[in-house]
Unconditional design. Structure first.
Length: 127
């Protein structure tokens, strides 16, 4: 069902520094900028794009929205989180760690990017 995600940013240089750091921390590549000025990342079959809003208004984070990014291990979640903090992101929600639910056991790490978008690195433990 998921093909890509695009978010807005007011400062593409700050967004590139943040997302380059977080994607590189989990084995991805730095983003590339296309002919329309969009910052594009491809990793593990997904596409993630960052752009200034095409309507010319300021980019704002969505209240209640979280962008989940699949990870291969808890250690990868931690590396992603640390890289994001070092690149201008802020930690949010609970600290990175295991979350138990009646359905599954997860390892989660939450960040807000420089624009304020909430992101979650997620690793699902085997059942």
């Amino acid at each position: 069902m998921y093909s890509h995600n695009t978010i807005g940013a007011n400062d593409l240089d700050a967004a590139k520094a943040f997302y380059d750091a977080t994607f590189k921390a989990v084995g991805g590549d730095a983003g590339v900028i296309d002919h329309k000025g969009r910052l594009i990342y491809r990793h593990n079959g997904g596409v993630f794009m960052v752009t200034k809003p095409i309507n010319g208004e300021l980019a704002t984070p969505s209240n209640g929205n979280t962008i989940g990014i699949a990870m291969d291990s808890p250690e990868q979640c931690d590396a992603w989180h640390a890289a994001g903090i070092a690149a201008g992101g802020t930690s949010c929600e609970d600290p990175p760690g295991v979350r138990e639910s009646p359905v599954s056991k997860l390892y989660l790490a939450y960040l807000r990017d420089p624009t304020g978008h909430k992101l979650c690195a997620l690793y699902r433990f085997a059942a």
